[in-house]
Design a protein around this ligand. Sequence first.
Ligand code: ADP
Length: 360
Amino acid sequence: SGYHKVLAENRQLYNEVQDLKGNIRVYCRVRPFLPGQGSRQSTVDFVGENGDILIANPSKQGKEALKMFSFNKSFGPSATQEEVFMDTRPLIRSVLDGYNVCIFAYGQTGSGKTYTMTGPNSLSEKDWGVNYRALNDLFHISQSRVDVFKYEVSVQMVEIYNEQVRDLLLTEGSNKKLEIRNHSQLNGLNVPDASMLPVTSTADVLDLIKIGQKNRAVGATALNERSSRSHSVLTVHVQGTDLASGSILRGCLHLVDLAGSERVDKSEATGDRLKEAQHINKSLSALGDVVSALAQKSSHVPYRNSKLTQLLQNSLAGQAKSLMFVHISPDIESFGETMSTLKFAERVASVELGAARSNK
Ligand code: ADP
């Protein structure tokens, strides 16, 4: 029957998923030099097929200058959008089987987070980012299972700015602060007051993302681009009804565009800028702490230290699976940020080095 076909299709995925639960996969992506920058010396010495990446410190010589990092995968500057998305596909499929999945974009402002998640401005199919490809897969697979499951898909999009959660899909642009709840009865719907809009196609979701991005820009000043100072979380809720038994599966996909990870110069930042920077640093380290506590199977996971980790609590623990795209720029001027980005990523990934390596 169709049901058994779906099950067989998923047996391999199921095994993969069992390996992955509670762990985070970390993929590193190096953006190319931008047009007009010419050919310059790169701080990225080598990107290996096994996920290794070798960074050269421009102010040191020889062996001293080199530092190796190792991730589940590393993509060099010539990697295509398709290659970058390829290994994400099993995770997307698992959302339709009732799993919760988080996909994060991490990195300093200008390192390529938006490029990976959304794509460049002039979107042709080959340039599609992870968001578009993920939703496309989601709707395709749900259509291919139409004889077996009835799927309903709806979307929420919120922003976390200075530890306040704001609805990005509210057409009237209210500033109402939203509460996060973590009752299991809420079926993962832990920001119950945020707009929840039903969607039936990738195009529907893209329209909502546009509205969300427009709302996110509200409040941005010329000096201080809001979108790089806040986290945005797009959540795709999927409910599947098994047509034979009537039983219900629920999964959700969180697409998280994190605030720029760059350290703000303390001597320069004052007032609002300093406050923003402190909130960002705090929430990014809280995310790092949660992910490493989970991977170490620690008995205490400090979800409550930030709104971001509270919001994603149900989707980081247990059977959930996460993937982080970590972005670096090859510029020598970015060397310091590149190192702190990779150290963060290493902390998140290396929590169980042995297993992370055999998962490749
Ligand atoms: P962020 O979202 O981290 O601030 P962006 O995605 O806006 O960074 O990237 C900064 C610039 O670099 C943009 O002009 C973008 O088009 C370009 N860029 C980033 N990654 C790539 C890539 N892999 N290939 C080509 N251009 C890229």
